[in-house]
Design a protein around this ligand. Structure first.
Ligand code: NZQ
Ligand code: ZN
Length: 386
């Protein structure tokens, strides 16, 4: 096991009807900016519930944060925060709204002239404006981590940011919110969380037995309850398992003491930028090719996953590892998620070369747990996923 430090200060309030507990989590004199997305919360009743809970607070609103939160829109919210002297941000939404709120938390206290520098220059956020979240879509884990991913369409960029100042003060997780999520978005959530586990597990053995088993148990739980919640989002117990699995997949716990990969995400973000493909679907496109291309480096963990997660006990290490990748693909297909780029766009030729060029230009010269996946390797991985 590698050395590590672990601190996660986010308070989780989990369970049925927990949105009612919102007033107790806010400073009594908070001047709140309620931040939300394209309007789903107005249709499913969450907006009304939140507004009722905020009855005794001074509340401003900013709606319209799009999926893959957009910088040009976020800077409009930044103006309101500064003009109205907002003291607390409340994100009500999925990963996009929460990530957008993290950007605003950071940008409000940023001393530089251009907030885009936080992303482009990779400036870490040590202190941000306090914020909390009410999660409406289990998927990203953003509700209990300190990272965010922000897009800028004008420059075709999708970049990450983070720092210890960007943990939510609290996150309210009521599994009933999944009742109104469309089937395709539930599938996205399952695949995103599943791949988060893989990015932190599918590397090489480091004798981190507890972390491995945490990771395997999240995979097993998602395999078990994913298709159930997709079929019946009103089944509360399965919804609760699904929601908590997504949070646990990326709240820092399973990555401690182990090597991590994250190449699938880095490449996947480019497919969102180029084609607007949903985040989770980009992962389903890239992950199988990534594991096939880096087979030798990853086969021990792939075989371990085959045995412990998929109960495949016959065959050589290589055969088990191959079977494991096939199981991933079958699971994604079962959820209705396609795993080839050509199934999403006819315009895929040349994508591999474009991503290779962008990674070279940005100096992303060594991805993966061994930092040895060069842009030319990325080109081959992307070509394999056509
Ligand atoms: O915008 P509204 O109207 O709210 O609709 C949303 C959106 O269209 C809808 N939705 C959310 N909750 C709903 C609902 N519809 C009905 N009922 C509900 N209860 O779902 C759509 C997608 O929402 P979005 O927030 O975009 O999805 P997700 O949670 O998958 O977030 C994706 C973003 O998070 C980033 C991704 O790159 C992407 O930008 N990620 C953030 C990470 C992090 N901060 O740690 C890690 C991830 O790997 C990921 O990169
Ligand atoms: Zn993800």
């Amino acid at each position: 096991m590698l050395n590590f430090e672990f601190k996660n200060p986010t308070k989780i309030i989990f369970g049925k009807n927990t949105i009612q507990q919102l007033p107790n989590q806010l400073p009594s004199d908070a001047k709140v900016l309620l931040i939300f997305g394209g309007g789903s919360i107005k249709k499913n009743g969450i907006y009304d519930e939140v507004k009722a809970a905020l009855a005794n607070f001074e509340v401003f609103e900013f709606g319209g944060i799009p999926a893959n939160p957009e910088y040009e829109i976020l800077v409009q919210a930044l103006e309101i925060i500064k003009k109205e002297n907002i003291t607390f941000l409340l994100a009500v939404g999925g990963g996009s709204v929460i990530d957008g709120t993290k950007f605003l938390s950071s940008a409000t206290l940023f001393s530089g002239d251009n907030p885009w520098d936080i992303l482009e220059k990779g400036i870490r956020t040590d202190v941000g404006l306090p914020f909390g979240t009410i999660l409406t879509l289990p998927a990203t884990g953003s509700e209990m981590n300190s990272g965010a991913v922000i897009s800028r369409r004008s420059t075709q960029q999708k970049l990450g940011m983070g720092g210890p100042g960007l943990f939510p003060q609290f996150s309210i997780l009521d599994p009933k919110v999944i009742q109104s999520i469309p089937k395709n978005q539930i599938a996205n959530g399952i695949v995103d969380a599943f791949t988060h586990v893989l990015e932190q597990y599918m590397t090489y053995p480091t004798h981190a037995n507890l972390q491995d088993r945490f990771a395997e148990s999240i995979l097993q739980t998602l395999l078990e309850v994913g298709p159930i919640v997709q079929e019946n989002p009103f089944y509360y117990e399965a919804a609760a398992d699904f929601m908590w699995s997504c949070t646990m997949a990326l709240n820092g716990l399973i990555q401690k003491g182990v090597p991590t990969d994250w190449a699938v995400h880095a490449i996947g973000h480019e497919l969102t930028v180029f084609f607007g493909i949903d985040h989770a679907r980009t992962l389903a496109i890239i992950a199988p090719s990534h594991y096939r291309y880096n087979f030798e480096a990853k086969k021990a963990k792939l075989a371990q996953c085959a045995e412990r997660v998929f109960n495949i006990h016959t065959g050589s290490i290589e055969e088990k590892a191959v079977a494991c990748i096939e199981q991933f693909e079958q699971f994604f297909h079962k959820l209705g998620i396609q795993t080839k780029l050509s199934e999403y766009t006819e315009d895929y030729l040349g994508t591999a070369e474009r991503i290779e060029a962008r990674f070279t230009e940005r100096g992303m010269l060594g991805l993966g747990e061994h930092k040895n996946i060069a842009p030319s390797d990325v080109r081959q991985i992307v070509s394999m996923s056509y």
